[in-house]
Design a binder for this molecule. Structure first.
Ligand SMILES: [Zn+2]
Ligand SMILES: [Zn+2]
Length: 1012
C-alpha cells in the first residue's frame, strides 16, 4: 500500500466517523436528547415545520422530507419501488434514551403520468413504525409530485415525509432519524444544465436532484438519498499525451535546452491535431447536442490554441537566434536548481511552456508591453515558480546586456499581509540567481530582493530618534521583530539572525551557518523602505497598497525609473531629491557626503516588469483605485525612462479577465495556458486517478451550524487521536498498515476552521475552548487579518514543522480569507468551512489551502437558510468540479467619480515628486518653491490637466463628467497655489479633495473587505 493509498483510505474512514456521529448510526442509547445531538439524517414532523412559520427557510433548517427529483425516461405509466428507512428514539427516563429497531419498508408505486400530487404507503409505514417502537401515532408516507417543466417535459419528485404530529403524549420526540429513500426500477434521463459561456468544455448532465439531501445513482439505476453531498477533485497530471515526455529537469535545461523544448512544442502541436480539429469538434458537437453558439465558441478556442503553439515556436526561435537570451535561460535553470534544493528537480511542462511563450517580452525592445499576460493555473500548480523562472531569466539577461544595477520587477500581492512563504520563494530564487552570477563572474550588483509592504509589518525607515511604536536603533530586540525570512535562501538552513548595523544604517537578515555559500554579513534582502530605495533590489515583493507612497516618498521613484545619483559615502547607496533632513538626498541619517551622478543607461534602471498576484482580488473600490494608480505608474515610467513595463499577472479564476485587465492596465489581455477542449482534457494538465480533495457538503438539520462545526471537529480530533493511543487498532479499523500511523497523525492532526466573517470566527474560537471535548490537549491558533505579523510567522512555522509531541502541536486553526492565498503547508489537509464564501473564487482559493500534497477533506457547512448556500448545496458536485464556471465576473470600473476624488491628489503629487522635482534639480517641498518653479517653467492648471486626462485615458464621451471633475480640481489646486500669502505651506495642502491616499485601501469600503 502506498502512502497515497493509505492516506486516501484513512481519509475515507475519518469521513465515515463524522457521518455516523452526525446521524447516530452506531448508537443505541443516549443520555441526552437526540434532537439536540444529531445533525444529519433526521426528519422533523411536518406539522412542526408548518407551525414554525419559517416557510421554506424553516424547511431547509429542519426539514420534514427528503427525496429526489428526476426526469423519467419513456412513457408513463411509471412503476417502481420506493424503500423508506427511518428509526425512532424513545425516552425511558430523562437521561435514558433508547433507539428502536430501524424500519425499512418497500412501497409499490405506479403513476399514470398525470400532473398532480400523490401519496403512498401511509398505512404500511405507520404499521412499521408502530411495530418498531410499540407506540401509536407516528406516521410517514411516500409522496410523489408529477409536473411538466417549462419545455413540457415531465419531472417527477419522490419524497419521504415525516407525517407525524408535532407532539405525541406517549413519545417525547416525534423526529425520525437515519431517514433515507431508495428508488428502484425507475428509468431516468439526466437534466441538462443551462448553457453558460465555454459550456462546450463541460459535461452538463445532472442525473437527479436531491430534496434536502443529495442523490446517488448507482450503476444499476437505483437512486438513493444521502445525507451529505460528496464531490471528489482529482490531483492534476502534468503529462498525459501520447508523445514521450521531454526531459525538463533543471540540470538538462541548464546545459542544452533546445532539444527538449523542441520536443515539447512538437508534442503540443501533435496533441492539438488530435483534439482541436474541426472534424473532432463536429463529432463532439453531435454527441453532446451543442448549440451552434457552443460550436462557434469551440472554433474560437481552437484558434487560441494554435496561437499558443505559435508563441512556443517563437520562443524557441528567440533562444536559437539570441545567444545572450539562451545563456540567461540556461543559467536560470541552474539558479532554480539551487533554489529548489532538491525539493523538486524539474519543471512541469506548463511552467516551461509559459516561459517559452513569454520570452519575447524579455528580448524585445518594447517588452511586448501593450499586452498583459495572465498565467492561469489551478492553485498549487506552481504559478509562483513559473513567473519566478521568467523573472530570473530577465534579471540575468539584464546583467548580460549591461543593466548592472536597478529593479527588474516589482511584484505585488493584493492583500495587506503578504504571504511570508511567497516571499521566501522569491528570496530563494534570487539567491540561486546570485550564486550563478558569482560562479559565472557576471558583472553588476548582487541579485537581491526587497520586501515593500505597508507600515506595521516592516519599517519605512529607521530614524535616529525613535518614534513611539516605531523601530528604535538602540533597542537590541528591535531587529528580530522585523524578521521576514524563514530560512537562509542560500544554504536553506534555519540559521537566520537579525541585526541592525549602525555603520551602514541597515536592518538586515544574516546567516549564522558557517558553511553558507553567501560570503557577506548581510543577506541581500531588504526590508526597510529606505534601504530598498538606496539599493534597488532586483526584485521587489510587496503589497499593492504600497503604491500610494509614490505620491509621498521621493525614493519611490526607483519603481518607475532611476534614482537621481549615488552617495559618495561607501555603502550609502542611491540618492533622491534633497530634503531638509537629507540635504544631499542620501537616506542615511546625518549623511553630509556629496552625491555623484549616475553614469548612462538611466532608462535601463526602470523596472521591466510589474507583476500582480491574485489578480481576481482587484475588484470593487480597491480595483477602481488601483486602476488609476496603474495608469499613473505607467505614465511616470514613460516620462522618466521612456517606456512602459510589461504586466504579468496570475489569477486563480478567469471569469471576465479581458475586461478586468483592460480596465486596470489599459492593455490587451492574453492568458496562458489556453484551456483544453473539455474540463477533463488538456495538454498541460489532465485529471489523474489520485484524490486531491474530497468536498463534503453538509446542511446541518435541526441544530445550529456552530454546533455542527464543534461536533465535526470533536469527531475528527477524537478519531485521529486513536492513532496515538492505539495505533494498531486505529490503523486496522481504517484499513491501513500500522506503519503509517505517525504519518497520518501528522498530516490529519490539524483542522482548519474557515470562517467568512470575524464574528463567525470569534464564535468558533470561543466554542473550541468549551465545546470540543477530547482527551488530551486541544491547542488552537488564529490566522486572520487581526493576527500580528509575528504570530502569523510563528503559527505558520509550527504548522509546517510539527512539534515531536502531539500534545504540543497545533490542533485547530481558526482562519479567515487572510489565509486563503499563498499559504502552502503540506500538513493542512482538513478544513471545516463555516458557510459558503461570498464568491466562488474565494471558495476555490480557500479550500485549496488543504490537500496540497496529500488527499484533503473539506467539510462545507452550509448556512442552509441563506438562498445562496441552498443553491450551492443543490448543485454542489458541479460547483466543485466545474468551479470556474461559477466564478462571477469581477466587478470593476475605472470611471468612478467617487474614486477619482480620492486618487486625484496622489496623481498630481506623484507627478510633482517624480517628474517636476527631478527636472527642477532642487526640492519642491514647499508651496513657495513649487509656485516659483511652475511660474518659471510655464506649468499651468491647463497643462497639468491635459497631461492627467491623457494619462488616465479619460478620452471618450463617457468620461465627460470625470474630465470636468479633474478640471475643477486643477483649477482649485492652482488657485490655492497662487494665492499670495496663503495659508498653505506644503503642496499636499493645496489639494481641494484632501491629502493623497496613504494606502490604496483608504476608500470607504462599502464593498466586501478583503483579508478580514
Ligand atoms: Zn545561509
Ligand atoms: Zn550618504
Amino acid at each position: 500500500m502506498t502512502q497515497q493509498e493509505a492516506a486516501t483510505r484513512f481519509l475515507t474512514w475519518l469521513d465515515l466517523q463524522v457521518l455516523s456521529a452526525g446521524r447516530g448510526d452506531r448508537l443505541t442509547e443516549l443520555s441526552v436528547e437526540p434532537r439536540g445531538r444529531f445533525w444529519l439524517g433526521r426528519l422533523a414532523s411536518e406539522e412542526a415545520v408548518v407551525a414554525s412559520g419559517l416557510g421554506e427557510r424553516g424547511e431547509r433548517l429542519d426539514p420534514c422530507a427528503v427525496g429526489i427529483r428526476v426526469r423519467p425516461f419513456g412513457c408513463p405509466p411509471w412503476t417502481f419501488i420506493a424503500e423508506a428507512s427511518a428509526c425512532v428514539w424513545v425516552r425511558g427516563s430523562a437521561t435514558a434514551w433508547r433507539k428502536c429497531p430501524p424500519i425499512r419498508t418497500q412501497v409499490q408505486i405506479t403513476l399514470d403520468g398525470e400532473e398532480g400530487d400523490y401519496e403512498f404507503g401511509r398505512a404500511q409505514l405507520a404499521d412499521a413504525l408502530r411495530s418498531s417502537c410499540g407506540e401509536e401515532g407516528l406516521a410517514c408516507s411516500v409522496r410523489a409530485e408529477v409536473r411538466r417543466d417549462l419545455s413540457s417535459r415531465m419531472e417527477l419528485t419522490v419524497m419521504l415525509v415525516n407525517a407525524s404530529p408535532r407532539n405525541l403524549p406517549s413519545l417525547k420526540d416525534t423526529n425520525l432519524y437515519e431517514c433515507a429513500l431508495k428508488v428502484t426500477g425507475l428509468s431516468t434521463e439526466p437534466f441538462i444544465l443551462d448553457s453558460l459561456p465555454d459550456s462546450f468544455r463541460y459535461d452538463r448532465r445532472v442525473p437527479a436532484y436531491g430534496i434536502n439531501s443529495a442523490v446517488q445513482l448507482t450503476e444499476d439505476g437505483v437512486l438513493v438519498t444521502t445525507d451529505v453531498v460528496t464531490a471528489d477533485k482529482p490531483r492534476p497530471r502534468y503529462w498525459s499525451v501520447g508523445d514521450a515526455a521531454p526531459d525538463l529537469a533543471f540540470v538538462n535545461l541548464a546545459v542544452s535546452p533546445l532539444a527538449s523544448l523542441t520536443r515539447l512544442a512538437e508534442a503540443h502541436a501533435n496533441w492539438g491535431r488530435s483534439v482541436w480539429t474541426p472534424a473532432v469538434l463536429d463529432d463532439r458537437s453531435a454527441k453532446g447536442s451543442w448549440s451552434s453558439a457552443m460550436r462557434d465558441q469551440a472554433d474560437v478556442a481552437a484558434s487560441e490554441f494554435w496561437a499558443e503553439n505559435r508563441r512556443l515556436l517563437d520562443g524557441l526561435e528567440l533562444l536559437r537566434s539570441n545567444p545572450p537570451l539562451l545563456r540567461a535561460f540556461t543559467l536560470m535553470n541552474r539558479a532554480i536548481g539551487y533554489a529548489a534544493n532538491g525539493k523538486y528537480v524539474a519543471w512541469r511542462p506548463f511552467q516551461i511552456g509559459f516561459m517559452l511563450a513569454n520570452l519575447a517580452c524579455i528580448a524585445s525592445a518594447d517588452n511586448d508591453a501593450e499586452t498583459a499576460d495572465l498565467v492561469w493555473f489551478a492553485t498549487g500548480g506552481g504559478k509562483t515558480e513559473t513567473y519566478l523562472g521568467l523573472l530570473v531569466t530577465a534579471a540575468l539577461y539584464d546583467r548580460l546586456r549591461g543593466k548592472l544595477s536597478g529593479v527588474t520587477a516589482w511584484s505585488r500581492f493584493p492583500l495587506r499581509m503578504l504571504s511570508l512563504q511567497q516571499t521566501q520563494r522569491f528570496a530563494d530564487a534570487m539567491a540561486g540567481a546570485e550564486r550563478v552570477r558569482r560562479d559565472e563572474r557576471i558583472a553588476g550588483d548582487p541579485f537581491s530582493v526587497g520586501f515593500l509592504v505597508g507600515q506595521g509589518a516592516t519599517p519605512n525607515s529607521i530614524p535616529e530618534e525613535a518614534q513611539p511604536g516605531g523601530p528604535d536603533p538602540e533597542d537590541d530586540a528591535m531587529p528580530e521583530r522585523y524578521r521576514v525570512l524563514l530560512k537562509c535562501p542560500f544554504c536553506h538552513e534555519n540559521s537566520i539572525t537579525m541585526a541592525f548595523d549602525r555603520r551602514y544604517w541597515r536592518l538586515g537578515h544574516r546567516c549564522s551557518n558557517e558553511g553558507c555559500p553567501w560570503p557577506e554579513r548581510q543577506l541581500p534582502f531588504y526590508i526597510v523602505d529606505d534601504e530598498i530605495y538606496r539599493f534597488l533590489p532586483t526584485v521587489i515583493v510587496g503589497t499593492l497598497d504600497k503604491a500610494a507612497s509614490i505620491a509621498m516618498q521621493a525614493g519611490m521613484r526607483c519603481l518607475v525609473g532611476s534614482p537621481l545619483g549615488i552617495c559618495s559615502e561607501d555603502g550609502h547607496g542611491y540618492v533622491y531629491a534633497p530634503r531638509s533632513k537629507k540635504p544631499n538626498g542620501c537616506l542615511v541619517p546625518g549623511c553630509k557626503a556629496s552625491p555623484v551622478g549616475l553614469s548612462g543607461g538611466v532608462e535601463l534602471c526602470a523596472p521591466t516588469f510589474r507583476l500582480q498576484d491574485e489578480l481576481h482580488l482587484l475588484k470593487d473600490s480597491l480595483g477602481a483605485v488601483d486602476a488609476h494608480y496603474e495608469s499613473l505608474l505607467d505614465h511616470l515610467e514613460s516620462e522618466i525612462a521612456g517606456r512602459k513595463p510589461k504586466i504579468l499577472a496570475s489569477s486563480a479564476t478567469l471569469a471576465g479577465y479581458e475586461r478586468q485587465i483592460n480596465l486596470l492596465y489599459r492593455r490587451n489581455a492574453r492568458v496562458f495556458p489556453v484551456q483544453g477542449p473539455s474540463s477533463e482534457q488538456g495538454f498541460w494538465t489532465s485529471a489523474s486517478s489520485d484524490l486531491a480533495r474530497r468536498y463534503v457538503a453538509v446542511a446541518p438539520r435541526g441544530v445550529t451550524i456552530e454546533y455542527a462545526v464543534d461536533r465535526t471537529v470533536t469527531e475528527l480530533q477524537g478519531a485521529v487521536r486513536r492513532l496515538r493511543t492505539e495505533p494498531r487498532a486505529g490503523c486496522a479499523e481504517a484499513g491501513v498498515e500500522a506503519r503509517w500511523a505517525d504519518y497520518l497523525l501528522s498530516v490529519y492532526g490539524v483542522n482548519v476552521v474557515y470562517g467568512n466573517t470575524l464574528s463567525d470566527l470569534d464564535a468558533v474560537a470561543r466554542s473550541l475552548e468549551t465545546q470540543v471535548n477530547v482527551t488530551g490537549r486541544l491547542n488552537t491558533a488564529s490566522l486572520t487579518g487581526r493576527t500580528d505579523f509575528e504570530d502569523v510567522r510563528v503559527t505558520l512555522g509550527r504548522l509546517e514543522k510539527a512539534e515531536p509531541d502531539f500534545d504540543e502541536r497545533l490542533h485547530v486553526v481558526a482562519a479567515s480569507s487572510m489565509m486563503s492565498h499563498g499559504v502552502d503547508i503540506d500538513r493542512l489537509n482538513i478544513m471545516v468551512m463555516l458557510g459558503v464564501p461570498l464568491t466562488a473564487s474565494e471558495f476555490i482559493q480557500a479550500t485549496a489551502r488543504v490537500g496540497r500534497a496529500w488527499p484533503g477533506l473539506v467539510y462545507v457547512m452550509h448556512k442552509i437558510a441563506r438562498e445562496r448556500d441552498a443553491s450551492v448545496f443543490r448543485s454542489f458536485e458541479k460547483f466543485v468540479q466545474q468551479g470556474d464556471r461559477f466564478v462571477e465576473p469581477i466587478p470593476i470600473t475605472r470611471r468612478s467619480r467617487r474614486v477619482l476624488e480620492k486618487t486625484a491628489a496622489g496623481i498630481e503629487l506623484a507627478r510633482i515628486l517624480a517628474v517636476h522635482e527631478a527636472a527642477a534639480g532642487e526640492a519642491l517641498t514647499t508651496v513657495s518653491k513649487l509656485r516659483a518653479y511652475f511660474v518659471r517653467t510655464g506649468v499651468t492648471a491647463d497643462s497639468e490637466l491635459a497631461t492627467v486626462i491623457q494619462l488616465m485615458g479619460f478620452d471618450s464621451d463617457l468620461d465627460e463628467s470625470l474630465r470636468n471633475d479633474l478640471k475643477r480640481w486643477f483649477r482649485r489646486f492652482f488657485e490655492n497655489l497662487m494665492e499670495p500669502g496663503g495659508a498653505f505651506q506644503f503642496p499636499a495642502e493645496l489639494s481641494p479633495t484632501g491629502k493623497p491616499m496613504r494606502s490604496l485601501r483608504d476608500v470607504d469600503e462599502e464593498a466586501p473587505i478583503l483579508g478580514v
